[in-house]
Design a binder for this molecule. Structure first.
Ligand code: RNT
Ligand code: ZN
Length: 425
């Protein structure tokens, strides 16, 4: 079903494609080298439906976010999650990183409260990352916890609750710093809180005042900024926070512009018809770096598996045209429990890398010249022609050179892993 071409045929197709792109002014070899260096951070939580491995002391709490679907065989512990991630990474070309949440701490059989987590609880992850040549990123988990049940964490009016989450944020920055030290390069730590209200809160002011204050306290804790790079993530609405989200876009725009952290733009966190590509050239005027959560919103859900659609291509076009890829941390964020989870990782990551390559192959200088000359039909016409250029031949060659399956050949490997590992759990 997925019979790939021979290596020789893949190279011959690439050679023709290289010439076609060269005729328009694109050096495919140079762009493939650039692509090789751009890391995409895989999100650990696609592997187990954001469940985590916390040893629970009391009641189990959900809330904040929710993965739907009943595909069998989700990873139940660190070893299974690492094995699944290794499988996924073996099917993805180019450089990867791996993003953990605090609930993926490995504390043996001992429950460790989130405000007491330490770098040693992530030692196995750090050792694994080193063995895989991967760098880690991190996220405090301000949800799925009894102290998040009220719907408010860092913005809670209850001082005990708020203090607990502030301590958690600080503990997580120390962990990110330790990860950064272990990998001799920064770990990105992204702060997202679910805080908000289902319906018509009378007080929209107090929670925002408290959230800003809590974040200030967390960020005031000492952590080497070269090792621990903070980001804050906004959202329009979530499950149970349909009417009001404390950390809205305006809130975090203001916060990030007046403080150090980067802004994290999640592609699924805006109005359903609002896209993020136009925001990049605005935000990057004023901030040196940005964190991207590559996701796909559908109606009320913000976390469908990423595919190569227009939204994704527009984002990377903007970054490539503005020469801002080096200032952007690219991370994935979605979770789908209705399909093979390793497959979901591979589909989304390969799509993100394809979108980056698609953008890098654009003959931007030629398009810009047409626009500058007022030849708008020429510009739009060329953009259209580019869509049927032999982009796939360049992508296939990249996969071949990176030693990962070409075209649909990775699906056969996924099927074997599904039958041999996933369905035997
Ligand atoms: C939730 C945010 C957040 C989470 C992860 C698990 O809406 O997008 O980034 O998805 O931290
Ligand atoms: Zn996100």
């Amino acid at each position: 079903m997925f019979t790939p071409l021979t290596d020789k045929q893949i190279e011959q197709r690439y050679e023709l494609a290289r010439e076609s792109y060269a005729a328009l002014g694109t050096d495919t070899e140079a762009q493939l080298q650039r692509l090789e260096r751009i890391a995409v951070s895989l999100h650990c939580w696609q592997g187990d439906d954001v469940a985590g491995f916390e040893v629970k002391e009391g009641a189990v709490s959900g809330g904040g976010i929710l993965a739907t679907g009943n595909y069998p065989g989700r990873a139940r512990n660190g070893d299974e999650l690492r094995a699944d991630a290794e499988k996924a990474l073996s099917l993805i070309p180019g450089k990867g990183r791996f993003s953990l949440h605090a609930i993926y701490a490995e504390t043996g059989s001992k429950p460790v409260p989130r405000d007491e987590l330490e770098p040693r609880h992530f030692q196995r992850w750090m050792d694994w990352a080193r063995s895989q040549g991967l760098r880690l990123d991190f996220n405090p988990t301000y949800f799925a916890h009894p102290l998040a049940d009220s719907g408010y964490t860092l913005s809670s009016a209850n001082d005990t609750v708020r203090a607990f989450w502030i301590r958690h944020g600080i503990a997580c920055r120390r962990i990110a710093e330790a990860m950064g030290r272990a990998q001799a390069s920064s770990a990105v730590i992204n702060h997202w809180v679910p805080d908000g209200a289902k319906d018509s809160p009378i007080d929209r002011w107090g929670p925002r005042r408290r959230l800003a204050d809590s974040l200030d306290q967390i960020l005031a804790a000492e952590a080497d900024a070269r090792l621990c790079k903070d980001a804050v993530e906004a959202k329009l609405f979530g499950i149970g926070s349909e009417d009001y989200v404390v950390g809205s876009h305006e809130f975090y725009m203001g916060y990030a512009l007046t403080r150090k952290p980067m802004l994290c733009l999640d592609m699924g966190h805006f109005h359903p018809t609002e896209t993020i590509h136009d925001k990049l050239s605005a935000i990057l005027q004023f901030k040196p770096e940005v964190l991207l959560h590559v996701s796909r919103g559908i109606r009320w859900d913000s976390d469908h598996v990423v595919i190569l659609n227009d939204d994704l291509r527009q984002v990377f076009h903007e970054l490539a045209r503005g020469d801002a890829l080096a200032r952007t941390h690219v991370a994935l964020d979605y979770f789908d429990a209705s399909m093979n989870r390793v497959g979901a990782w591979v589909i989304g990551t390969r799509a993100a890398k394809k979108a980056i390559l698609y953008a890098l192959l654009e003959p931007t200088v030629t398009l810009q010249a047409l626009e500058n000359a007022g030849d708008l039909a020429g510009k739009l016409g060329l953009l259209e022609e580019l869509k049927t250029m032999p982009f796939g031949a360049v992508w296939d060659c990249f996969c071949l050179r990176q030693g990962v399956p070409v075209g649909g050949a990775w699906l056969r490997e996924l099927q074997a892993y599904d039958a041999g590992v996933i369905r035997r759990r």
